[in-house]
Design a binder for this molecule. Structure first.
Ligand code: NAD
Length: 265
């Protein structure tokens, strides 16, 4: 399966208990297994495997693309040019260099993006309660004990955690309200969030309101609470940019995913 198929307890139970069932393994070609009821699979004696390594580099490059497109308003520039508008004066951006980038989740993808962000001259801030301190030393990173603290410190936030009861709607009105809008060097660059992790970690209604009020200057989403996302109030903002869950959709990642999942099977 990939990400769209939902293997609920009822489906797993019915399949495993069917007379002559040969169900032994559920293989998820991708990372997140939030679409499989793991408890039900264990209870039925069915193993679940995934392919956590294949997509890392592709997701990193997409998240970087979103960060750069936000800083320079590339999607807005393209849209307005097509409308015949030459908005050279309005399309003043900011550099990523010197800005604080806050990571919610600093595992495989977070760390790989962290290396790129360091090369761009960004300062790395991390909220990840399960990470050993030794990992952070390589990034000269500032570790924050609470989600609030990382939002307080950063004009840029990127999300690379899984969806769980702890992370659902972790990014909400309160958190966005804490963001400083001003970089450590005094640049009034505003506040910017990217989510290439999992839909649902951002409260989309709260984010749409923050874009409208100007508290949030841009939002980039690759993942949504409901997919396909259909018509969302987010599209009313010209500071919103999006991609339809294509983080792992590269030729290279898809080739690797096939090999990795075959190995896991
Ligand atoms: P990973 O397991 O290596 O990293 C996840 C990190 O999140 C871990 O370090 C973990 O400690 C941390 N974490 C767990 N609970 C947390 C919490 N409550 N608050 C903050 N951090 C927490 O996984 P990964 O390979 O880096 O993948 C990260 C995310 O990217 C996953 O959600 C995955 O589904 C998503 N992903 C998206 C795409 C896409 O197409 N957009 C593709 C692949 C993966």
């Amino acid at each position: 399966i990939r990400s769209a198929t939902k293997l609920t307890a009822a489906i797993i139970k019915a399949t495993a208990e069917k007379a002559g069932s040969k169900l032994r393994l559920i293989a998820r070609a991708g990372v997140g297994v939030d679409n499989v009821d793991l408890k039900a699979a264990s209870a039925a004696g069915v193993m679940v495997v995934n392919s956590p390594l294949s997509a890392t580099n592709s997701v990193v490059e997409l998240a970087l693309g979103h960060l750069l497109a936000q800083a320079r308003q590339i999607t807005r520039a393209d849209r307005t040019l097509r409308d015949g508008k030459w908005l050279k004066n309005e399309l003043v951006g900011h550099e990523l260099a010197g800005k604080n980038l806050g990571f919610i989740g600093f595992g495989r993808i977070g760390q790989a993006l962290g290396r790129v962000a360091l090369a761009l001259g960004m300062n790395i801030h991390v909220y990840d309660p399960f990470l050993p301190d030794s990992v952070l030393a390589n990034f000269n990173a500032t570790r924050h004990a609470t989600v609030q603290d990382v939002f307080r410190a950063c004009t840029h936030i990127t999300i690379h955690a899984f969806l769980s009861p702890q992370t659902r709607h972790m990014v909400n009105t309160e958190m966005i309200g804490l963001m400083p809008g001003v970089a450590p060097d005094g640049t009034k660059c505003g506040n910017h969030i990217v989510n290439c992790g999992r839909g649902g970690i951002i409260d989309e209604e709260a984010a749409a309101a923050a874009l409208k009020s100007g508290k949030l200057n841009s939002l980039a989403l690759d993942v949504f609470e409901v997919e396909p996302c259909g018509k969302s109030p987010l599209f009313e903002s010209d500071r919103f940019q999006a991609s339809p869950h294509i983080g792992a959709s590269t030729i290279e990642a898809q080739n690797r995913v096939g090999a990795e999942i075959a190995g896991a099977v």
